[in-house]
Write a protein that binds this ligand. Structure first.
Ligand SMILES: [Zn+2]
Ligand SMILES: [Zn+2]
Length: 338
C-alpha cells in the first residue's frame, strides 16, 4: 500500500513523498511553516519554507534563514507538489496544499474566514483530506462582525479618555495587535505600543502590510505628552511596573476566549472583547464543506467533540493530537513576550 500523502508522527505532520514536515514541534531537516506564531514556527529546523511575509516574521523572531514561496506558487519537492494558500489568520499565514500522485491533502494551519483588512483573505482549497484546526470547535463560539467589536472598543476608549484614564488593551503581539490597531479611531487619541507589538508592526510595515501610525513606548516615555492613550500590549505586560507609567488605567483583553465568562474572570481584566483570529463554529463548518474533502482530521482544539460532530454530519473524521499550544491560549495565560 502506498504511503498516505501526510502522516502524523511524534515530530509533527510529515509528508513521506517529500520528506518534509509541516509546522513540526521537534527539530526536523526541512519544515514548511504556515505562520510565525511561536507554537507553529519553532527554532532548530535544518531548513524553513514559508510565504514571504511569514518568512520576514520568522527571520525577525528566530533569526534563521527562510526560503520563500509566494501564495499559489507550486514547488516540487521529491514526489510531492506543495503550495501555500491564504489562511486569513494573520498577515502572511498560509494553508499548505500537498499533492502526491493526484491525491490532494490540505493542512489549514490556523485560519479565520472573516476578512480583517490586513491578512490575505482565506481561500477554500479543494482537497481529498483536510487537516483542520478547531481551536474554537464548540457551538458556543460565534463571533460578532469585526465592525461591531471595533465600535465597542472605541466606545470604551472614548469613555476612559473622558474620565482621564488610559486604556490598556491586551492582545497577542503578532496579528491580533495589528488588527486591533487598524480598528481603532485615531481621532480619539494616541495609540501607544509595547515593544513586542512594535517589533511585529515594524516587520509588517517594511513589507507594506501595515500602515497605521503608532507611538512606541520607550524607557523615557513622558506620560503628559500622551494623555489618556490607548496602549496595545501583550497582556503579561499589564501586571508589571511597565503598566504603571500610564497612570490611572482601565484594562481590557481581546480574544475569542473572552466569550467564556470564567476565562474573563480568571484574566482579571475589567473588560473582555470577543474577537479572534480563528474561525468560529459556523465558519469552521463552512470552511470544511467548501474544501469538498471527505476525510477530515481535526487538530489543535476541541478535537474529540468536533470530530464526533463531523461524523454525525456524515464526514469521515478522525481527531489528531498535536502539541500546538494555541496562540490564544498562550496569550491568555502567559502573554506573548516574543
Ligand atoms: Zn496562530
Ligand atoms: Zn496555533
Amino acid at each position: 500500500m502506498a504511503d498516505p500523502v501526510l502522516s502524523f508522527t511524534e515530530r509533527g505532520i510529515h509528508c513521506p513523498a517529500a520528506d518534509v514536515y509541516i509546522d513540526p514541534w521537534r527539530p526536523v531537516p526541512r519544515a514548511l511553516i504556515t505562520h510565525a506564531h511561536s507554537d507553529h514556527a519553532r527554532p532548530g529546523h535544518g531548513a524553513y519554507l514559508a510565504t514571504p511575509l511569514t518568512a520576514a516574521m520568522i527571520r525577525h523572531r528566530l533569526g534563521v534563514e527562510v526560503q520563500e514561496l509566494g501564495f499559489g506558487e507550486r514547488l516540487r519537492i521529491g514526489g510531492a507538489t506543495v503550495s501555500f494558500h491564504p489562511a486569513g489568520h494573520v498577515p502572511g499565514s498560509a494553508q499548505v496544499r500537498v499533492e502526491v500522485g493526484g491525491e490532494v491533502w490540505v493542512v489549514s494551519g490556523d485560519y479565520k474566514l472573516e476578512a480583517d483588512g490586513l491578512s490575505e483573505p482565506f481561500e477554500p482549497v479543494r482537497c481529498h483530506a483536510f487537516i483542520t484546526e478547531c481551536t474554537f470547535g464548540l457551538p458556543v463560539f460565534r463571533w460578532q462582525p469585526q465592525a461591531e467589536v471595533a465600535g465597542e472598543i472605541n466606545a470604551w476608549w472614548r469613555a476612559n479618555r473622558d474620565a482621564g484614564r488610559a486604556s490598556l488593551l491586551g492582545a497577542y503581539s503578532l496579528g491580533k495587535a495589528q488588527r486591533l490597531i487598524s480598528m481603532l479611531d485615531p481621532e480619539i487619541g494616541p495609540i501607544l505600543t509595547h515593544g513586542a507589538v512594535e517589533g511585529s508592526n515594524a516587520v509588517l510595515r517594511a513589507a507594506g502590510a501595515f500602515s497605521c501610525a503608532t507611538v512606541p513606548v520607550t524607557p523615557d516615555f513622558d506620560r503628559k505628552a500622551h494623555p489618556a492613550p490607548m496602549v496595545v500590549a501583550p497582556p503579561s505586560a499589564f501586571g508589571s511596573s511597565w503598566a504603571r507609567k500610564f497612570g490611572p488605567a482601565e484594562t481590557g483583553f481581546a480574544s475569542g476566549w473572552m466569550r467564556l465568562r470564567g476565562v474573563r474572570r480568571r484574566r482579571g481584566v475589567q473588560r473582555g472583547f470577543v474577537i479572534s483570529d480563528h474561525a468560529d463554529w459556523p465558519a469552521l463548518l463552512r470552511a470544511i464543506k467548501e474544501t469538498g474533502a471527505e476525510k477530515i482530521y481535526p487538530t489543535h482544539g476541541y478535537v474529540d467533540i468536533f470530530a464526533q460532530y463531523l461524523r454525525s454530519e456524515g464526514y469521515d473524521a478522525t481527531p489528531v493530537p498535536t502539541e500546538f499550544g494555541g496562540d490564544e491560549d498562550a496569550a491568555t495565560q502567559s502573554g506573548d513576550a516574543a
